[in-house]
Design a protein around this ligand. Structure first.
Ligand code: GLU
Length: 410
């Protein structure tokens, strides 16, 4: 099955028993617009390479399309369609006035120089400029994109339109109109969800072990906050492999980060008692909380039966396939879905956009306090649906979203 039909399966699972009109579902099944563009880039050696990029605008029923842009070799039209659909659901779950969108370029950005990356980004903006804007479609960072790249997007868009338009993109660096707290927001939001989970299920942080797949912006900040709050972060990994502390002692995350920055991977971190693990092994460790924070489909029907964690907190988008989700549920593992667990990023994107539109600058404490309120409210709403209707957390989150979207469509 394609990635998009997998994503739609989650929609169909969630609507069973709900009073949602067929036309609402039919509209949600199709992205409103999917743009494919060629992105020619002059390389440093003088040659020209043509990359392929996409922007999928899934729904703007609840507000402008909103969602990130990723730079990755595995980007495809199907993938961005699925990711844009999840953004429509996510933005409705947290109740921010946005629809869903997503974009990407098929590229391994690690193979480009910084100048090539800048030219690639700017050319992509020229290709999609006519369909984005502060009140139409607002990109943001995603896999392998960051504040610097968002700054290029803003600048290029402003040159093309001759306007000052900080709100055309979020996740910018703070000097460039970004919000304080945005870089950490996805990890921080996930951490707030973990804290609520601990309260709900009576866990005790000192005895709760956590393994995290993915040590990018999201995985790192989540790991740091969980560690600071006393959770036992016992394993981390990135695309090149990972490390675990078999006796359950804490990993020294600052040193792990240095190893990643200096030597390229967390797997290059060396310390007595630390064991190397592959990404596959990390998912099967005997921990309390497993946090997939990398890419889609890390947990599928193949390996779900080997997952021992009691809780899976989805900080990536779509890390657990629909089949695997059912298997985990039957094994007694609670899966906290991406559309709730990783929504802190777009939540603070909304705060950034609002500051840009209102010409304001909020203090970091205000941003973090508002994020906590939003995550707590969302957690409570999803939990109450899951309990009252006796459905999984994912179905509860989807039902909350679909009811809101359906109201808006009417
Ligand atoms: N890429 C992030 C996500 O998947 C953030 C999107 C945004 O801030 O618009 O949620």
């Amino acid at each position: 099955m394609s990635q998009y039909s997998n994503a739609l399966q989650q929609l169909h699972n969630a609507i069973q028993g709900l009073d949602i009109s067929r036309s609402v579902i039919a509209l949600l099944e199709h992205p409103e617009r999917v743009l494919t563009v060629s992105v020619p880039v002059e390389m440093d050696d003088g040659s020209t390479k043509v990359f392929t990029g996409f922007r999928s605008q899934h729904s703007n029923v609840r507000g402008p399309y909103k969602g990130g842009i990723r730079f990755h070799e595995n980007v495809s039209e199907e993938e961005v369609k699925a990711l844009s659909f999840w953004m429509t659901i996510k933005n409705a779950v947290i109740n921010v006035p946005f629809g869903g969108g997503k974009g990407g370029i098929i590229v391994n950005p690690k193979e480009l120089s910084e100048r090539e990356l800048e030219r690639l980004t700017r050319m992509f903006v020229r290709r999609i400029a006519s369909v984005i804007g502060p009140e139409t479609d607002i990109p943001a960072p995603d896999v392998n994109t960051d504040g610097k790249i968002m700054g290029w997007i803003r600048d290029e868009y402003e040159k093309i339109t001759g306007t000052d338009a900080p709100g055309v993109v979020t996740g910018k660096s703070v000097e460039d109109g970004g919000s304080l707290g945005r870089a950490e927001a996805t990890g921080r939001g996930g951490f707030f969800v973990l804290e609520r989970l601990r309260e709900e299920y009576d866990l005790d942080s000192e005895n709760t072990t956590v393994a995290i797949q993915g040590f990018g912006n999201v995985g790192y900040h989540f790991a740091r906050l969980a560690h600071e709050a006393g959770y036992k972060v016992v394993a981390v990994s990135d695309s090149r492999g990972g490390i675990s502390s078999p006796d359950g002692s804490f990993l020294n995350l600052e040193d792990v980060l240095v190893a990643k920055k200096v030597r390229g991977s967390v797997a290059d971190y060396e310390q007595v008692g630390i064991k190397r693990v592959t990404n596959e092994e990390l998912l099967e460790l005997d921990v309390d909380v497993l946090v997939p924070a990398a890419l889609e489909n890390s947990i599928t029907a193949e390996n779900a039966k080997n997952v021992k964690a009691r809780y899976v907190l989805e900080l990536a988008n779509g890390p657990v396939s629909p089949e695997a989700c059912v298997m985990l549920h039957n094994q007694g593992t609670t899966v906290i879905p991406d559309v709730l667990a990783n929504s802190g990023g777009v939540a603070v994107s909304y705060f950034e956009w609002k500051q840009n539109m209102d010409n304001e600058r909020w203090k970091e404490k205000l941003v973090n306090d508002k994020l906590k309120d939003l995550m707590d409210d969302t957690f409570d709403s999803v939990l109450s649906i899951a309990r009252n209707r006796k459905v999984t957390w994912r179905i509860a989150a989807y039902q909350l979203a679909i009811e809101r979207i359906s109201e808006a469509m009417k």
